[in-house]
Design a binder for this molecule. Structure first.
Ligand SMILES: [Fe+2]
Length: 297
């Protein structure tokens, strides 16, 4: 299977803004009816389908028959000092061979020590030692999967000692030296800027556009003394402002809305994605109406 627009898209007016949303079980009953939607692709959490032969995988294959799908992992643990888990890599390889996603991504973090996987995206020091370890692991993953991967910047609440790079220097070094691409989460970038007191614009402008292969947008929760990356709310205005600044440099990058707690009905999630499309259109106008009909918001 190669990525293809679905017939639903032909029924709907679209711009070229490549907007997607996360595939979540709460929306399965709605999506099973194969309703017309105005999103162009879905992102699925890899681990939710790696051990499944039942309804989840059947649902993913149904979606995949209509839309391009990206696989987004949360347990690769690319920065693990213990090395990558062969069984996990084998499962991921099996899933990617089955689904043929147009993107495969995970996070620039570690997630525990054997035999425990904490399901938390734990921060790493931006050190030379960590960089060399991650470069080795990215090569191992890309060789195993036979394809390029993307790594996402994560939200953090502490800063481990030992960093000799800034976060943006480290991300750039990982992508440049490993050949992977970056999944730039603008919400995470803003959360870190607030939590660690730096100017988010410096981070944003420092990442070379050609290294950015996907963008995430989401909502945080303001805990008073820090921002918590909950994915439980609409995207906040400061994050939209950063996205608007960024989008002028990346016309052809897939954009995803993440919403993982207090998940609204699908049409509300869809509307949030359309806000991103509207910002895209302020920069690039409407698409060729012959090839890709213009979306009406
Ligand atoms: Fe994200």
């Amino acid at each position: 299977m190669s990525p293809k627009p679905c017939d639903h898209h032909k029924e709907t007016q679209f711009s070229c803004a490549d907007i997607g949303v996360g595939l979540r079980p709460t929306h399965y009953p709605y999506l099973e009816t194969r309703p017309p939607t105005r999103v162009r692709w879905f992102e699925a959490i890899s681990e939710n389908y790696m051990d499944s032969e039942g309804r989840p995988l059947a649902m993913l294959e149904l979606i995949r028959s209509d839309y391009p799908v990206a696989l987004h992992g949360v347990s690769l643990s690319i920065a693990s000092a213990e090395g990558l888990r062969p069984h996990y890599l084998a499962q991921l390889k099996k899933l990617t061979d089955r689904i043929e996603p147009f993107l495969v991504s995970d996070h620039l973090c570690w997630t525990g020590l054997n035999p425990s996987n904490l399901h938390d995206l734990l921060p790493i020091p931006f050190s030379e030692e960590a960089l060399q370890l991650i470069l080795k692991h990215v090569d191992q993953v890309q060789t195993t999967l036979g394809r390029q991967i993307l790594l996402e910047n994560v939200s953090t609440y502490i800063q481990p000692r030992g960093s000799v790079y800034t976060e943006w220097e480290f991300l750039t070094a990982v992508a440049t030296q490993s050949g992977c691409r970056l999944l730039l989460d603008v919400n995470n970038l803003y959360v870190n800027a607030r939590n660690h007191h730096f100017d988010p614009m410096i981070f944003l402008d420092a990442i070379p556009a050609h290294l950015i292969g996907q963008v995430h947008l989401a909502g945080y929760t303001d805990m008073g003394t820090y921002l918590f990356d909950t994915h439980s709310r609409p995207v906040y205005p400061p994050v939209w402002e950063l996205f608007e600044h960024l989008i002028g440099r990346i016309p052809n990058v897939p954009i995803l809305i993440e919403w993982d707690e207090d998940i609204p009905d699908f049409p509300i999630l869809e509307q949030e994605a359309l806000k991103a499309a509207q910002i895209w259109e302020t920069h690039y106008g409407h698409a060729d109406s012959e090839a890709v009909p213009t979306m009406v918001l």
